[in-house]
Design a protein around this ligand. Structure first.
Ligand code: NAI
Ligand code: MG
Length: 503
């Protein structure tokens, strides 16, 4: 798969994007941009490896200021006490503004993360707008409940359950879907009446910062939304252990998820976690193999495999395995060749960083050392300094290998054969993760049976990675705690209060 290095030219940035890159590193606190007082973190374009901007690395004092701003705004009720329909209106205004700036956000996301602009324009940005509009409606629909006491004489006690915002919520998000992951927490938290401190990933903070401009314009009261950029181990760690914080919602690695869960224990902060995965793709013999090759390729190569639900373990029935691997390899070496993120028609860009590229290539080497065979890819194209990895299919793997057990988070799929259904169910569940799984067959009865037997938060039939704002999303086992999206995704930002009145 050799593409000359000269073919990796990143097209020029637009004026709007350049303006966002040229801004002074600052933090968004109390609806104001506060110029950073500490160090800065370089921003790279992973399509070229070039440093294109700087963001603030928030100091302890700045982190504290952001939490205090959110605390004050929550405690005086300037956001939570607004009529719910006012909160709903303001959230819709934010969605309108994002819609008006959709092209710029898609471009910034592509520049910052390396994902194809087209993907951001068709997926990340409209998905984020939909998330805000969906959450906005919940502001005026969340409700408590009136329950008749069961062990008391009727009419003796009036009891009811209130649903209240949990308080100050810290939202820590990763770099794979920077805007979409931020909005998936920001919008429900605000709809529930919380005030927030958002910390985007240090690799990809550009769209979160631009969102700050839109927040100020949309009419949120000062302090309702605060946005802090900075290093995870310092700014992130301080946020999650801060005494002024009531709730932490995190998406990222299982490793950091565990650290956050422990850090929150002392003060019993409410914690929800969306963590890693190693999602199986189960292929039964009756599928259309051309469609299946395309489906399996998209399941793993979309977003360069940097997807928490990526279909990274392929299990194909022995009777179709060889033909499927051939088709998948063909897809990999034609459709999914990595391209610069702003190039027209690119399906897959680079990985987000050199660190991530090295981590992925380390896994590929470890797999080969352990006996795996590369069916396609397994290498990096010679480029102009970008972090490209060729889409990779590994065969001759076994369940003990790190490439089968661990989340690689790159365009690498491990493929195995199976004969019996019981065998593939056991193999699919033989993992510490449980985020997603897909089953591909025309036999609907079998599909439903398998959906019941697979231990994961989401199961797809004849598709993979399909997600909707209204449907709960989250993990079994070490893939997380709690659910985002849907009603649950708003309720995780609330607390129940039971009131008894003796009559
Ligand atoms: P990470 O989990 O370290 O980073 C995610 C977020 O957590 C970032 O905003 C980061 O600043 C913050 N963070 C890091 N350490 C923290 C701490 N001690 N306290 C509070 N916040 C902290 O992910 P990383 O290191 O960038 O990627 C490593 C691996 O994690 C990837 O290779 C992938 O396997 C997995 N990952 C999974 C994601 C998912 O969506 N499930 C997303 C990103 C990474
Ligand atoms: Mg990390």
């Amino acid at each position: 798969m050799d593409t000359p290095a000269t073919h990796f030219q990143q097209p020029a940035y637009s004026e709007a994007a350049q303006k966002a890159l040229d801004r002074t590193p600052a933090l968004f606190i109390n609806n104001q941009w506060v110029v950073a007082s500490g160090a800065t973190i370089p921003v790279e374009d992973p399509s070229t490896g070039r440093i294109i901007s700087q963001i603030a690395d928030a100091t302890d004092a700045e982190v504290d200021r952001a939490v205090e701003a959110a605390r004050t705004a929550f405690d005086d009720g300037r956001w939570s006490d607004l009529p719910p329909m006012r909160r709903e209106r303001i959230l819709h205004r934010l969605a309108d503004l994002l819609e008006a700036h959709a092209d710029e956000f898609a471009e910034l996301e592509a520049i910052d993360n390396g994902k194809p602009r087209d993907m951001a324009a068709k997926g990340d940005v409209p998905g984020s707008i939909a998330t805000i509009r969906y959450a906005a409606g919940w502001a005026s629909k969340l409700a408590g409940e009136m329950i008749e006491p069961a062990a008391m004489p009727r009419g003796a006690v009036h009891a009811y359950v209130r649903r209240e915002p949990v308080g100050v919520a810290v939202l820590i998000v990763p770099w794979n879907f920077p805007l979409a992951m931020a909005v998936q927490k920001v919008a429900p938290a605000l709809a529930a009446g919380c005030t927030i401190v958002l910390k985007p990933a240090e690799q990809t903070s550009l769209t979160a910062l631009r969102l700050g401009d839109l927040i100020a314009e949309a009419g949120f009261p000062a302090g309702a939304v605060n946005i802090i950029t900075g290093d995870g181990a310092t700014a992130g760690a301080r946020l999650v252990s801060h005494p002024g914080v009531d709730k932490v919602a995190f998406t990222g690695s299982t490793e950091v998820g565990k650290i956050i869960n422990r850090a929150a224990t002392d003060s019993m902060k409410r914690v929800t976690l969306e963590l890693g995965g190693k999602s199986p793709v189960i292929v039964l013999p009756d599928v259309n193999l051309d469609e299946m090759a395309r489906g399996a390729a998209a399941a793993i190569f979309r977003n360069s495999g940097q997807v928490c639900v990526a279909g990274s373990r392929l299990y194909a029935h022995r009777s179709v395995f060889d033909q499927l691997i051939e088709g998948l390899s063909e897809e990999a070496s034609t459709q999914w060749r990595p391209r610069p993120s702003l190039e027209e028609g690119a399906l897959m860009g680079p990985l987000v960083s050199r660190e991530q590229m090295d981590r992925v290539m380390g896994y590929v080497e470890a797999g080969q050392k352990a006996g795996a065979t590369v069916a396609v890819g397994g290498d990096t194209p010679t480029s102009n300094g970008g972090y490209y990895v060729n889409p990779t299919v590994l065969v001759d793997v076994n369940p003990e290998m790190s490439v089968v057990r661990e989340e690689i988070f790159g365009p690498v799929v491990v493929a195995q054969r199976f004969d019996e259904l019981d065998e593939v169910v056991k193999a699919a569940n033989d993992t510490s993760f449980g985020l997603g799984a897909s089953v591909w067959t025309k036999d609907l009865s079998l599909m439903h049976k398998l959906a019941g037997r697979i231990k994961s938060g989401t199961v797809w039939g004849n598709c993979h990675s399909m997600l909707d704002v209204a449907l709960p999303f989250g993990g079994y086992k070490q893939s997380g705690i709690g659910r985002e999206k849907g009603r649950e995704g708003v309720e995780i930002f609330t607390e129940l209060k039971t009131v008894y009145i003796k009559l």
